[in-house]
Design a protein around this ligand. Sequence first.
Ligand code: ADP
Ligand code: MG
Length: 558
Amino acid sequence: MSQRMRSQPMIILGDDSQRVQDEDAQEHNISAARAVAQAVRTTLGPKGMDKMLVDSMGDVTITNDGVTILKEMDIDNPTAEMIVEVAETQEDEAGDGTTTAVALAGELLKNAEDLIEQEIHPTAIIRGFTLAAEQAREEANDIAENVDTDDTEVLRSVAETSMTGKGAEVNKEHLAELIIEAVQAVTVESDDDENVVDLEYANIETQTGGSADDSELLDGAVVSKDPVHDDMPTDVEDASVMLLGEPIEVEEAEASAEISLSSPDQLQDFLDQEDSQLREKVERIEDAGANVVFCQKGIDDLAQHFLAKKGILAVRRAKKSDMEFLSEVLGARIVSDLDSASEDDLGHGSVRRDDADELFYVEGEGEESHGVTLLLRGSTDHVVDELERGITDALDVVSQTVADGRVLAGGGAVEVELARRLRGYADGVEGREQLAVEAFADAFELVPRVLAENAGLDPVDTLVDLRAAHDDGEKRAGLDVLSGEVEDTFEAGIVEPAHAKAQAISSAAEAANLVLKIDDIIAAGDLSTEGGDEGGAPGGAPGGMGGMGGMGGMGGMT
Ligand code: ADP
Ligand code: MG
């Protein structure tokens, strides 16, 4: 690219380049962004549908998770990618609410488009949206209710609300129990009486076979590996565990060095040397006092044999993440150089073998040990994967609730209340920004409308009922799609953490503003020919300007 520019200094844009400006640019971008939002909307809420995504390798993902859908869709359009970033930010910051954030961004842009058509300048819209987002966050904070973080009833509601409509739903009572226990196990009270939840100490492992109801919460870690040798012990009650970051093999430099042998004796010497080097390494492990070794790298056949003869249980090629988690569970240090290994590096606890599932349960002991593992089970890979996505979201929202104790009534209750309050606020806003604040308020009502729509209920009737209830001061009035009624959703157990909602408001507004700020699209011509041959890929809209029109194809996903 830069080279091309250098070779044609006088020409700013190539012959093939395309340029779209002002309203056309905005229209282009908005429709691309909206197509993305449209694609995930149908998954919102407990009655939302799932998407089946097939990647270019033919791998299938079946999911209801907003961020997963967008990531897997392989979107090749710059504006659409900005919307995907909303989902990613939401996922990183809050763990849940990705569909809401994206749908909200799409609706904000739709409403902005109407304002642009009425000759309202994008800068005024952006200013209005910024004011509205700020106000909405404040109002959300005001609407949020404090709950007792020991109140498992509320925590269960939060966990179950997050799981409804997901693969995890069928066994949500059991799973919610596990999630709450897991979060509580990794929560500590800080010096100023705040709850600090360290989810790094809560690991998730998945196992195919069995049903989600057989999922369990275990103290310690689960390592899905086999012993390297059949003659090794598999259960070690008084385990002294070494976590080894280097291989137990003949050292590279010596193994690859060229040697010239002139007699059979020399060959024997050489082999003996290798033999003794491995023997020495195994002795180092024994001398440090270890009877179990988890090795992140390989273990030579001969070393396996030596280890087995000494009655040491060894596992090789353990995952880096498993090694790090084991170090927390056992209070062990990862040894990077066997020569300097000592007893201090070891961790203590027990190791048990589950032959049927081909895994080890590793439990630590004492003060330095922390960590729990949620062992999720499901019949097939697709089931377990979607279960894991649902559980990760639920873990996040429960830990947020435990950490700050602020929750909101779900089922659209908070959105309708926010819309109502924002309309009130708009009255005091001067100029054209007022219209943008109102447009922002309207966008919130998308949530109850889509929840109703996805549940086969009438969105207009629902919204009318909801508005009336909120005008009567019923702040928690929302739609329970399971009963089909407008009611106090908090009481009905539909509860969301306030943090995720505030984050969704910010990320949606920022993305919408980013798209609105663009008034000029300049695309290098060769972009549009690139990727033009991959029309068959799902969502694989070709790049460049031609590709922008291709976004329309994505609307077909809904
Ligand atoms: P997201 O990716 O935004 O979390 P979800 O598909 O998980 O999307 O849907 C979340 C929305 O579903 C929230 O607005 C939540 O309040 C709502 N919800 C959850 N359970 C119910 C229910 N029983 N009735 C109505 N709405 C519900
Ligand atoms: Mg959710």
